[in-house]
Write a protein that binds this ligand. Structure first.
Ligand code: 5GP
Ligand code: ZN
Length: 113
């Protein structure tokens, strides 16, 4: 069994507040929101991080980015949002399964780091 938190969420072993799902992608609310609206979009297949994106698995990234505007709209975001992906130790990636944070619903900080 895969010992990855987000794989467990995909498999339904750990519950999540889903905001979107299709056969390849799951989006769910972040358990510790950093904005009025904060959800994560993940591929259902395990990809460790941006560092592990390659020619064979990169289609999922464009799929995710095509979905983000419609998921953002469906969660009530109206006036823009921020998409973030943390990679590796210096990027403070805590869950080693590729995920895109989408934050919005209020004015965000100008600071990026
Ligand atoms: P990272 O720090 O890897 O970029 O982001 C991981 C995110 O996953 C964090 O924002 C954290 O709040 C969120 N997270 C960690 N555990 C869980 C969980 O069990 N459920 C949900 N919904 N989010 C989680
Ligand atoms: Zn995983």
């Amino acid at each position: 069994m895969c010992d990855c938190l987000f794989c467990k969420i995909v498999n339904g072993d750990i519950p999540s507040a889903k905001v979107y799902e299709d056969e390849k992608v799951l989006a769910f609310k972040d358990i510790n929101p950093q904005a009025s609206v904060h959800f994560l979009v993940i591929p259902k297949t395990h990809i460790e991080s941006v560092d592990a994106i390659n020619e064979d698995n990169s289609d999922i990234v464009s799929h995710i980015f095509r979905l983000i505007p419609q998921i953002a709209k469906s969660t009530g975001i109206k006036n823009g949002y921020r998409v973030i992906t943390n990679c590796g130790p210096d990027g403070c990636q805590s869950v080693k399964h590729l995920h895109f944070h989408v934050l919005g619903g209020n004015q965000l900080s100008e600071k990026m780091a």
